[in-house]
Design a protein around this ligand. Structure first.
Ligand code: Z5A
Length: 209
């Protein structure tokens, strides 16, 4: 039996990791085999690329084009070595960010042309596509204040972008979701953790049945 591939998208601090953890616990309690993973990352190579993208001094001054290729290199490895094999084994795969992040962050916010981003993204993932994408929509002001409150106050390379960058990301996500309403579920991230969890469960259980 083929598995179920669910991705989570949204701006910083919107609550993706929290909801993935809760959904994973519920699915496992109901007897499903679950793979919980993230991008960039998800494999040893992907995690090394993540460090370059977010923390390593070597990433300072990175060009938008190099950034695009690093995110998608991580995704190519992740898709072929972890996501697709898990789906082939019948697992539910919950992924924190996937190709829509590249479409929006590198395509819309960094303004790399759509055709290049789409072509490189497609090359990275082959035929692997999410069946359901949950977009947790939240104002960047609220999201960044959550990120600041959560951590030690230090922001990584991407989090240091201006608020206009994150506003462009938010608008890009909403436009993308509107263009594929059958795949996207858009939720209001300012709701409580419990309300969001219940809304996500409705959509996921429909896909499982
Ligand atoms: N990026 C890219 O440019 N291109 C790509 O192709 C890919 C990624 C794949 C990855 O960041 C960065 O890479 C990201 C996009 C870019 N850049 N930026 N900037 P990351 O993986 O380090 O982090 P993130 O994906 O942005 O997620 P996050 O900051 O960890 O947030 P989250 O997972 O969405 O939220 P959370 O950790 O679940 O919650 C944040 C806090 O809010 C936490 O204290 C929670 O307890 C709290 N929370 C959660 N839900 C709620 C609700 N409902 N109410 C109140 N408080 C809540």
């Amino acid at each position: 039996m083929a598995g179920l591939f669910i991705t989570f998208e949204g701006g910083e601090g919107c609550g993706k990791s929290t909801q993935i953890r809760l959904l994973s616990e519920r699915l496992q309690a109901e007897g499903h085999a679950v793979v919980q993973t993230r991008e960039p990352g998800g494999t040893p190579l992907g995690e090394a690329i993540r460090n370059l993208l977010q923390h390593d001094d070597a990433g300072k001054g990175m060009s938008p084009e190099a950034e695009l290729l690093l995110f998608t290199a991580s995704r190519a490895q992740h898709t072929r070595k972890r996501i697709q094999p898990a789906l082939d084994a019948g697992d539910v795969v919950l992924c924190d960010r996937f190709m829509d992040s590249t479409t929006v962050y590198q395509g819309v916010a960094r303004q790399i042309d759509n055709a290049s981003v789409a072509g490189i993204n497609q090359f990275a993932v082959g035929d692997t596509r999410p069946a359901l994408t949950i977009l947790i929509d939240l104002s960047p002001d609220v999201g960044m204040s959550r990120v600041r409150a959560r951590g030690n106050g230090e922001l990584d390379r991407m989090e240091q972008e201006a608020i206009e960058f994150f506003e462009a990301v938010r608008a890009g996500y909403l436009k993308l979701a509107a263009s594929e309403p059958e795949r996207f579920l858009v939720l209001d991230g300012s709701q409580s953790i419990e309300t969001l969890q219940a809304q996500i469960w409705v959509a996921v259980s429909q896909r499982l049945s």
